[in-house]
Design a protein around this ligand. Structure first.
Ligand SMILES: CC(C)(COP(=O)(O)OP(=O)(O)OC[C@H]1O[C@@H](n2cnc3c(N)ncnc32)[C@H](O)[C@@H]1OP(=O)(O)O)[C@@H](O)C(=O)NCCC(=O)NCCS
Length: 198
């Protein structure tokens, strides 16, 4: 499924998407998008890499931007790369997740978060966005992610966080409770953004 390139600004976060061309590498497409947005907003050339919160490796894990104070997150679905980019002076942590489908509850998604329970792609993308903002990803049980609605919007958190911190490096953002936003992206793709502001 292809999508026309596009972008939107939400809570100070630039979200952009682009189809990976045939023969192209999705990570190259995502990183070029991140670099373009980062350079346009800061005026500095940047390098986009990865850093694993768990083992410290630089070939996988959360995107890291060198050369400017920028937070970034990346997701792929079908042949579309989706990125989120923000000023690290305003945003402490960022997570984005995109899935092809609809946002409604589906039987096929039963057990994805909680054993035996149905869920929706909206909820699943929110859970993954929170785990990416946290930096530990799916090494944290998805069922530990709490999603709460209030007058101040929808926020995510991770239950029992302090115990889990003992098994990861300290590079994550402890105790974050990111705001969760719906991104209106390409048709047929559900995108959720988790933003923890400074
Ligand atoms: C992050 C994760 C939730 C993404 O799942 P997914 O839905 O399959 O993949 P998506 O397309 O949405 O996202 C992929 C991107 O997530 C990002 N990512 C990977 N690990 C991440 C993490 N721990 N935190 C934040 N972002 C992460 C990367 O930018 C990756 O893109 P890349 O392949 O170009 O590097 C899942 O892959 C994961 O939890 N990985 C880490 C597991 C882990 O900690 N392993 C230990 C290794 S030592």
């Amino acid at each position: 499924m292809s999508a026309r390139p596009g972008s939107t600004l939400l809570a100070g976060v630039r979200v952009a998407w682009q189809t990976v061309p045939p023969g192209g590498t999705r990570r190259d497409v995502a990183d070029a998008l991140v670099a373009r947005i980062a350079t346009a907003s800061t005026g500095s050339p940047v390098i986009v890499g990865r850093r694993c919160e768990r083992c410290g490796a630089s070939d996988h894990g959360r995107p890291v931007v060198s050369g400017a104070p920028i937070q970034a997150s990346v997701s792929y679905t079908a042949d579309v790369a989706v990125v989120a980019v923000a000023d690290a002076c305003r945003v402490l942590a960022l997570g984005i997740d995109a899935e092809r489908g609809t946002g409604t509850s589906e039987d096929g998604l039963r057990g994805l978060i909680t054993p035996g329970q149905r869920t929706s792609l909206r909820r699943w993308t929110r859970v993954e966005a929170v785990l990416k903002a946290d930096g530990r990803g799916l090494s944290v049980e998805p069922g530990r992610v709490r999603i709460e609605r209030s007058l101040h919007g929808v926020h995510g958190s991770i239950a029992g966080d302090s115990a889990a911190r003992g098994v990861t490096t300290a590079r994550g953002a402890p105790g974050i409770r990111p705001r969760l936003l719906r991104v209106r992206g390409p048709r047929g793709i559900v995108i959720s953004l988790a933003v923890a502001s400074v």
